[in-house]
Design a protein around this ligand. Structure first.
Ligand code: AGP
Length: 609
């Protein structure tokens, strides 16, 4: 998830505005920044790795000539956060300049095709194929206009994109295009703007034109025109007025980053479904060959590891050992060896305990693999193979979208492993792949249909002194995550454990009205968990059950119930079942007048041991 911006001004210089607009998009990514303008038929470009303020100090991003320009602030997905991979990217002759937000899925084959046609690539990014593709279209058919060459190039692109393109061939325009990645125009009757998000131009206008999927835009000093990709049909669309403050807009109208990020999950989950097969294959091959696999992480990422241990075992018959990174040295430090494989999971890729664990393992010649949301982070630099979870910058301290993205990638790895190990039938595989594709819509449905009910439950139990979170099987991991969310942002002491453990001690805490959250997918554990619910009810507990739609048995037993769509395969169930628990924690924090984004004593990335 990056931020792109472009503008055509009637008078004045574009660079300072592009610079300040990228600043307002910096929450979308801050690995590198770059600006390109056109003046007297020449391209002027400045770019480098690092945060905008740091790069500006060195390069002075305001000092480029020209009224027309584009810019980019990067969240690295393909290619480390280095100057060579920073946007804008150009064609061989530097005449076509492109900034991009999204993932070009078929960039590998396009790149080798263009290289065979003599194009020279300088970066490791997927984006660089686009300026070369446009150049090749114009080389093969010089009669094409820039717009036509872009349209032809887009027909070859698979994946998500928001592009902004300028060229010395037609120096009076910016061409943009969108599929999935957000793109919006800003209009103020004098100048025109294009951006990944409204915050970018809110200082200069609040009149916005939303661009839909498969639409191409031509911006000139006279305004904008929208055309359908690929047939070029003209689309009329008037601007809308947005009543947001710049600060609010960063939250896209949501009161807090946390609730915004909860609502971003359908999109971030779709992003995980676009991860290159090549990487999933590579990482699952290492897991398949491993003698022993440790799943190492902290906090929410550890809960993803716990869920993964069920996924790998149930689907691929691969036993794995989830270990708290902060305990790895003590628990496994002496036994880990050259035949050991570590799969470390970390949203930030900078958590000191996790880095410490993988460093220890590396020193004992173990193989280190990882999942992280921050390409270029320390963890990626110490990993043999890593996969980026594509969730974009997560600003709320409480991990939400990064958790469900981790689970989606881990489920895809478990599926790859099961196929490699011949542990899964074609039908099972097809069902799982189909359900994986449906998960984003399921999460959308849950937020849309259950949030009001969850608000009521939060209002009713916000004063509770303590909470229990119980689950069986893979839902134990979901229960642990629900517990962590409520503790870290609503400050309610909460206990979670496998429901089967209740009668071995914790049930002694139960008194009349004690809130107990049960995570109850209709899987092999369904029957037994009904017994656990009865045990708790018999002692006066108030049952808050997260159930599948139509689960009348548990709904009849529960004091409150929250529904998720039915028929979701067990190994995927933590994704949709975690969302109601994220919302419960969020609304309970609000009920208690707390700021869910800035919980006390916590930091987004714990870089101290
Ligand atoms: C989760 O909401 C917390 N922010 C925290 O537990 C977090 O998951 C933990 O610090 C691990 O962070 P990481 O995924 O960046 O390594």
């Amino acid at each position: 998830m990056c931020g792109i911006f472009g503008c055509i001004l009637k008078e004045g210089s574009a660079a300072p505005l592009i610079h300040s607009s990228l600043k307002r998009l910096e929450y979308r990514g801050y690995d590198s920044v770059g600006i390109a303008t056109i003046s007297s038929g020449k391209i002027h470009m400045k770019k480098d790795q690092g945060k905008i303020d740091e790069v500006h100090k060195i390069l002075d991003l305001d000092n480029l000539p020209g009224k027309i320009g584009i810019g980019h602030t990067r969240w690295a997905t393909h290619g480390a956060p280095l100057k060579i991979n920073s946007h804008p990217h150009t064609d061989c002759r530097g005449e076509i300049v492109v900034v991009h937000n999204g993932i070009i899925e078929n960039f590998m084959e396009l790149k080798s095709e263009l290289q065979n046609l003599g194009h020279t690539f300088v970066s490791k990014t997927d984006t660089e194929v686009m300026p070369h593709l446009i150049e090749e279209m114009l080389k093969q058919n010089p009669k094409l206009t820039l717009e036509q060459a872009v349209m032809e190039s887009l027909k070859r692109i698979d994946g998500s994109y928001a592009f902004a393109i300028i060229s010395t061939r037609e120096p009076d325009k910016i061409i943009c295009a969108r599929n999935e990645s957000p793109l919006v125009l800003g209009i103020n009757g004098k100048d025109v703007f294009c951006a990944s998000d409204i915050p970018a131009f809110l200082e200069v206008t609040n009149k916005a034109v939303m661009i839909n999927n498969y639409e191409l835009v031509i911006l000139t000093a006279d305004g904008y025109s929208i055309k359908k990709i690929p047939d070029g049909r003209i689309i009329e669309r008037a601007p809308i007025v947005v009543d947001w403050t710049a600060e609010m807009a960063e939250k896209r109208g949501y009161p807090h980053f946390m609730i915004k990020e909860i609502n971003e999950q359908p999109q971030t989950l779709r992003n995980t479904l676009r991860i290159q097969d090549h990487y999933l294959d590579l990482l699952s091959t290492f897991l398949d060959r491993a003698n022993e696999v440790f799943l190492v992480a902290c906090g929410t990422s550890y809960h993803a590891c716990l869920a993964a241990s069920y996924m790998f075992s149930k689907l691929a018959f691969l036993p794995t050992f989830p270990v708290y990174a902060s305990e790895f040295l003590e628990q496994c430090g002496k036994s880990v060896n050259i035949d050991s494989t570590i799969l470390a999971v970390s949203q930030s890729g900078e958590t000191a305990d996790t880095i410490g664990a993988v460093t220890c393992a590396q020193q004992r010649a173990a193989t280190v693999l990882s999942l992280t949301n921050v390409i270029g982070s320390t963890l990626t630099r110490v990993s043999r193979v890593y996969i980026g979870t594509q969730a974009g910058p997560e600003i709320g301290v409480a991990a939400t979208k990064t958790f469900t993205s981790q689970l989606s990638v881990l489920a895809q790895l478990a599926l790859k492993l099961a196929i490699k190990r011949g542990k899964i039938s074609q039908d099972e595989m097809d069902l799982l792949e189909e359900q994986l594709q449906n998960i984003p819509e399921y999460v959308e449905h849950i937020v849309a249909t259950q949030e009001e009910k969850i608000k009521e439950i939060a209002k009713k139990y916000a004063k509770s002194k303590v909470f229990f979170f119980l689950g069986r099987g893979i839902s134990t991991a979901t229960a642990f995550e629900g517990r962590l969310k409520l503790m870290e942002i609503a400050y309610i002491p909460s206990i979670a454990f496998p429901a089967g453990e209740s009668k071995h001690g914790p049930i002694s805490l139960i008194e009349e009205g004690f809130p107990v959250v049960f995570v109850c997918p209709q899987d092999d554990t369904h029957k037994t968990i009904i017994g656990n619910i009865m045990e708790m009810k018999a002692r006066g507990a108030h049952i808050i059950a997260v159930v599948e739609e139509g689960d009348e048995n548990i709904k009849a037993l529960a004091d409150e119930y929250i529904e998720v769509p039915k028929g979701i395969p067990t190994i995927l169930s933590p994704i949709p079942f975690a969302v109601p628990l994220q919302l419960l924690a969020y609304h309970t924090a609000l009920e208690k007048g707390l700021n869910p984004d800035m919980p006390r004593n916590l930091a987004k990335s714990v870089t101290v041991k």
